[in-house]
Design a protein. Sequence first.
Length: 468
Amino acid sequence: MDSVYLSQLLGATQGTAVRFDADECAFDRVSTDTRSLRQGDVFWALRGEQHDGHDYVDEAFRGGAAFAVVDHDDERFTGPVVLVDDTLKALGDFAHWYRHQREALVVGVTGSVGKTSTREMIHAVLSARHDGVQSVANFNNLIGLPLSLLQLESGHEFGVFEMGASRVGDIRQLCDIAYPEVGVIPKVGLAHLESFGSPENIFLGKGELLESLPSHGFAVLGGDDERMRAMAARAVCQTILVGEKPGNQIRATEIEVTAKSLRFTVDRKKYEIPVAARHYLTAALCALAVGREIGMDPGAIAAGFQKFKGQPGRFRSQTVGAWTVIDDTYNANPTSMQAACAGLAEFPTTGKRILVAGDMLELGPAAGTYHAELGAFAAEKQIDVVIAHGTFSTEIARGAVDSGMTIHRLADCPTFDTLELALDCLLAPGDVVLVKGSRGSRMERVVDWLKERAGLQPKPSTPPRKVA
């Protein structure tokens, strides 16, 4: 971040300086974790569910913090502090003030599926001609978004920031901090249903991004879903619809998925992205729309696509022994699960297409139904083998059978041991294995096991048994 004076921080947060040797000082970095704190940082003490940052203030001073932002003074605090009423709110207030001192174009990205990929795709495209930043990892909440905004510096021309939500009102809060001029929503589906309460509330909450955009800005929406098209009316600025169907202002044709890339055409210009999955198409079209709207030519946009890397655990394919393993273990909800299944169904292979599906969490009372629908979708997409694991494995299997999948193509594996056994029996050279589930399902264990099975990494060491 650019250098900021103490007086500016006090003005932005309505804070009070205590135990400062000088009337003015400057800083250029904020830290909320003493493990990553550097000499001269400002330590921001936040209260979390597991830890209270105020317990680490003195440790921060020992680590070289210039001063700390706290919500109370304490005899344990041996250095200068800025007192505020609420450190979390003060962080948002400071980031809001800081953002308005920068001239960079701020792009906000939300949605239920593909928001991280879309954010990264936009950053890759814009970076082909412009200097900018994006969210740190998946920092997309009331802590992560402000910290990401503080990356902006005077030389940056843009910033692309992810905005997450688990209830109505969350996106509006984030927009109040970031004040985005561009809003991008690739797709809205069933994520965090338990906390949102209903599918209608999910659309209501995600659409808050559109309502927060200024009239001089613009919005980009996935336009193949009628519900997404209807959301466009909530914006007071220009909206751009993208997709495959007629009626989208930016429409992809001649779509082709290979083992290494996604290819498509827009307005007679061919584009290629180094990802082997069709469901990246909406993210790519959103990025193309943003790039085109700010004046980038097709050649620059195409060059930007080649810079896209993607994140581990997000439909990342790799050769593991004699198989292709698609690691999509980062997270899962009904919409993203269906997208991944569709990607698996199109993945080029001479062997079987195998889905290893873990539980999808935070779906509330209808969780069993959504898992059964996943099984049905896999059967309809003619996935060769479905291995279901977790609390809802039986529901996935039942849904697949009810939609015509034969028993010998299914494995209901409530425990990890039974999952390993099923894979051991069913795997053959040339197979493609898609592994996906919510974070709490820990499906990355399956990817690790496949690597062990292929001899690519050692088995975890087992501690020796104690002898009485």
